[in-house]
Design a protein around this ligand. Structure first.
Ligand code: PAF
Length: 299
């Protein structure tokens, strides 16, 4: 398939049965099916997943659903940006075949009670700060995997722990789907793309650079031989302090598979940070197996 070909408008569906019929028919025709789940408010990070899906599969389904069950009371569920028209235009330009944008009642009809608790890798870090978050993510992702039985699903490395949680669920529940995790897309100055960056004021946008700068510093120190996690964590904390960010949820140096803290950093380590800049909570991470690099948005 030629990923640069511009196709017509994707088919917009809100009905789960129609979605499943279409995907099953694509599979019967011998096509490999890609699923790109999202909550909309699409930015170049999401679009990089779509590009990968288009390049690697024959039939691409994107989903847009602001999933209420992964937000805690007081989080930004109500004000999360809903930009369906712009999202559809961006997905059409990339040649997506189907966009599934269900209503909340379609995904969670009255009487819905089943949830998915992954445990293990879902428990530290985000699991501590947002205790119900991954239950909501795993539940909706499992439902999407059933509604759109794709061969491959695409997730972004920015939500690194989420990708581990999804992989764990796929393994534990023997789901016949492959998980592809694509690199973080960053602004030229290093800020990881996030739908929540839109909430930042001009000065908060500058402060928010502390997240990527702390990761870049950790990477540079690692490249010149520093291996002590406590030293790296302290140097990263100083970057946040200099930026005037006091509300840090975590600065973690952890094993990349289990997310357990490490004392000695190696190629299998990941640095993960989460902090509030003003009222906006941001996350970012860096895998030490390669130097910190900026994957800019494709134009
Ligand atoms: O990463 C996201 O946008 C969401 O957590 C996901 C995977 C679409 C589930 O709602």
């Amino acid at each position: 398939m030629n990923p640069t070909a511009i196709s017509s408008q994707p088919l917009l569906l809100s009905d789960a049965e129609e979605l499943r019929d279409l995907v099953e028919s694509a599979r019967r025709d011998g096509k490999t099916v890609a699923l790109v789940p999202s909550m909309g408010a699409l930015h170049a990070g999401h679009l990089s997943l779509v590009r990968a899906a288009r390049a690697e599969c024959d039939f691409t389904v994107a989903t847009i659903f602001v999933n209420p069950t992964q937000f805690a009371p007081g989080e930004d569920y109500r004000c999360y940006r809903r930009t369906l028209d712009a999202d559809l235009a961006a997905l059409a330009a990339l040649g997506v075949d189907v966009v599934f944008a269900p209503a909340v009642e379609q995904m969670y009809p009255d009487g819905h009670t089943t949830t998915v608790d992954v445990g293990g890798v879902a428990l530290p870090l985000e699991g501590v700060c947002r205790p119900d978050h991954f239950r909501g993510v795993a539940t909706v992702v499992l439902k999407l995997f059933h509604l759109a039985p794709a061969h491959v699903a695409y997730f972004g490395q920015k939500d690194y722990q989420q990708s581990l949680v999804v992989r764990q669920m796929v393994g534990d529940l023997d789901l016949p789907i492959r998980i592809r995790v694509c690199p973080i897309v960053r602004e030229a100055d290093g800020l990881a793309l996030s739908s929540r960056n839109e909430y930042l004021s001009h000065s908060e946008r500058r402060q928010a650079l502390a997240l990527s700068q702390s990761l870049r510093l950790a990477s540079e120190l690692y490249c010149v031989g520093e291996r002590d996690a406590a030293v790296l964590r302290q140097r990263m904390r100083e970057v946040f302090n200099s930026a005037g960010i006091g509300d840090i949820d975590y600065i973690a140096l952890a094993d990349r598979d289990r997310l357990e803290d490490v004392a000695v950093v190696g190629d299998e380590t990941i640095a993960l940070v989460a902090a509030r800049v003003g009222k906006t909570r941001l996350i970012d991470n860096h895998l030490f197996d390669a130097p910190f690099a900026i994957h800019p948005a494709a134009r």
